[in-house]
Design a protein around this ligand. Structure first.
Ligand SMILES: Cc1cc2nc3c(=O)[nH]c(=O)nc-3n(C[C@H](O)[C@H](O)[C@H](O)COP(=O)(O)OP(=O)(O)OC[C@H]3O[C@@H](n4cnc5c(N)ncnc54)[C@H](O)[C@@H]3O)c2cc1C
Length: 412
C-alpha cells in the first residue's frame, strides 16, 4: 500500500537524501516508474545543487577516459546522449562545442593512443586523431604535436539541469524539502527510520526504501546505516582561474591536457562555459574540510577523518610529488598559468583572475588507491551512492536508471 501523501511526512515509500544532480535524477526516475508512490527528498542546504553539482566545469563528457566495461564508460556515453535530448526538450542551453585533448611532447603520445583506444571501445561518437595543423584550425591559439578531437563534448550549466529535475520531482507529486540535514538512519520493522533536523527542529520519517546521494558526506551516512567504512571520502579542492573577458578569445571551446593515467582527475583544462566565460582549472588539492570553499578552512572532524584513514598516508606516499605541484598551483597563479602555457603559449599570468572553486568527493580505499568507478552500496532498505565524481553530472540520467533498477530489485 502506498503511504499517504501530505501533512509533514512521517512515512514515505521513497526517501532520497541529497539535492545534488544525482539525488534529483534518482528521485525523478523513481517517480516516473512509480507515479502513485510518495517520495520525500531531503537536502541539508537551503538551496539545491550547492555543492559539487553547482561548482563543476559544466562539461558534458563524451566518455573518452574511462576503462571500457566500467560503469563510468557505459553511463557517460548513454548519459550524455540522454542529457542533450533532455536539455533540448526543456529549452536548457547545452552546446556541443567539442574538445581537444592535446599532447605537447613525445612522452605523452602513448597515453594519447590509450585514450583514443578507450574512446573507440566506449563508442564515443566522432572521436578523431588530429595533427598540429588541424589543432590550429580548431583552436587557433593552441599548440600540440598531436591531439584527439571530440566533437560530442559540450557544455551546460548543471545547476539549470538540476533545477529542471527538481521541477519534475515536484510535478510528479514528490516533496523536496531543503534545509533538512539527515542525522540518523536505523532500519526498523516498518521501514528505515530517518532522523533529520533543520530550522523547524528535529523530525523523522519512515522510508519504505531510501537512496542516499550525499556526495562528500556519503560515507558517513552509509556507515550510519551499517555499510562498511571503506571507501572513505577524501575531499579534493579544485580552484579555477578565469580568463579576463578581453583575453577570452584565446579559447573557442575546451582544451584539455593528456591526464596522468595514475590519477582519476583530468588535468587542469581550459573550458568556455555555456555563459561564455573561460575557466582554467581545476587544481586538485587534498583539504581538511569537506566544504573548504575558503582555502585553509579546516573542520576537525573532516581533518581527523583524512588523517585516520590509512589510505590517505599511502596515497600521499605515492603522489607526494604531484601533491607538491598542486600546492604550488594553489599558492601561485603563475605556476598554474605556466602549466597551461605548454598548450596555450600566449597565455600570461596577467590574463587571468581568480575564479570559482569546488570540492570533489573522491572515494579512497584503505590501500591508498583512488576509487575510479562509480560505487553503490546496499544496506537494509537503502542504497548508498558512495563514489560519484566526474562524470556523474553528465551521467546522471543513466546513473539514476541503474540505481532505480537496483532499488526495484532490492525492494521486490
Ligand atoms: C571542481 C569540479 C569539477 C567537475 N567537473 C565536472 C564536469 O565538467 N562534468 C561532469 O560530468 N562532472 C563534473 N564534476 C563532477 C560532478 O560535479 C559530480 O559528479 C556530481 O555533481 C555529483 O552529484 P551529487 O548529487 O552526487 O553530489 P553533490 O552535488 O555534491 O550533492 C550532494 C548533496 O547531498 C547533500 N547532503 C550531504 N549530506 C547530507 C545530509 N546528511 N542530509 C541531507 N543532505 C545532505 C549535500 O548538501 C549536497 O547538496 C566536477 C566536480 C567538481 C567538484
Amino acid at each position: 500500500m502506498p503511504s499517504p501523501r501530505g501533512a509533514e511526512q512521517r512515512a514515505a515509500d521513497f526517501v532520497v537524501v541529497g539535492g545534488g544532480i544525482v539525488g534529483l535524477a534518482v528521485a525523478r526516475e523513481l517517480l516516473a516508474r512509480r507515479p502513485e508512490a510518495s517520495l520525500l527528498l531531503l537536502e541539508r542546504e537551503r538551496e539545491l545543487a550547492g555543492h559539487q553539482t553547482g561548482r563543476s566545469s559544466g562539461v558534458i563528457h563524451a566518455g573518452i577516459y574511462y576503462a571500457p566495461g566500467s560503469l563510468k564508460a557505459r553511463l557517460c556515453v548513454e548519459g550524455a546522449r540522454e542529457l542533450y535530448a533532455f536539455c533540448e526538450r526543456r529549452g536548457i542551453e547545452a552546446r556541443r562545442d567539442g574538445k581537444l585533448i592535446v599532447a605537447t611532447d613525445e612522452g605523452e603520445l602513448g597515453a594519447l593512443d590509450e585514450l583514443e583506444a578507450r574512446g573507440r571501445a566506449n563508442g564515443v561518437p566522432g572521436l578523431r586523431r588530429v595533427g598540429p595543423d588541424e589543432v590550429g584550425e580548431i583552436e587557433p591559439h593552441a599548440t600540440a604535436i598531436a591531439a584527439l578531437h571530440s566533437p560530442n563534448t559540450g557544455v551546460v550549466d548543471f545547476r539549470r539541469v538540476a533545477a529542471a529535475f527538481a521541477e519534475d520531482v515536484r510535478a510528479g507529486g514528490g516533496r523536496v524539502s531543503t534545509g533538512r540535514e539527515v542525522t540518523g538512519l536505523r532500519a526498523g520493522p516498518g521501514g528505515l527510520e530517518i532522523e533529520h533536523r533543520g530550522a523547524g527542529g528535529a523530525d523523522s520519517v519512515s522510508a519504505g526504501f531510501a537512496v542516499l546521494c550525499a556526495g562528500a558526506w556519503s560515507d558517513r551516512l552509509a556507515v550510519m546505516a551499517g555499510a562498511p567504512a571503506e571507501p572513505r571520502v577524501v575531499p579534493f579542492r579544485g580552484d579555477y582561474l578565469m580568463l579576463r573577458p578581453e583575453r577570452a578569445e584565446l579559447v573557442r571551446a575546451s582544451i584539455y591536457p593528456v591526464p596522468d593515467p595514475e590519477l582519476p582527475f583530468l588535468g587542469a583544462h581550459l573550458t568556455r562555459t555555456v555563459d561564455d566565460e573561460v575557466l582554467l582549472g581545476p587544481s586538485a588539492l587534498m583539504v581538511g574540510a569537506r566544504d573548504a570553499y575558503r582555502l585553509g578552512k579546516i573542520r576537525p572532524r573532516d581533518l581527523a577523518s583524512n588523517l585516520a584513514w590509512p589510505g590517505t598516508w599511502r596515497l600521499v606516499g605515492r603522489f607526494w610529488r604531484t601533491g607538491a605541484t598542486e600546492i604550488s598551483h594553489a599558492a601561485s597563479r603563475r605556476a598554474f598559468v605556466r602549466q597551461a602555457r605548454r598548450f596555450l603559449p600566449e597565455l600570461r599570468a596577467a590574463d587571468v583572475a581568480a575564479g570559482p572553486s569546488g570540492i570533489r568527493a573522491q572515494a579512497l580505499n584503505r590501500d591508498g588507491s583512488l576509487v575510479d568507478d562509480f560505487v553503490v552500496h546496499r544496506t537494509e532498505r537503502a542504497l548508498h551512492v558512495r563514489n560519484a565524481p566526474s562524470p556523474a553530472a553528465t551521467s546522471s540520467l543513466a546513473l539514476a536508471r541503474l540505481i532505480a533498477d537496483e532499488a526495484e530489485r532490492a525492494s521486490a
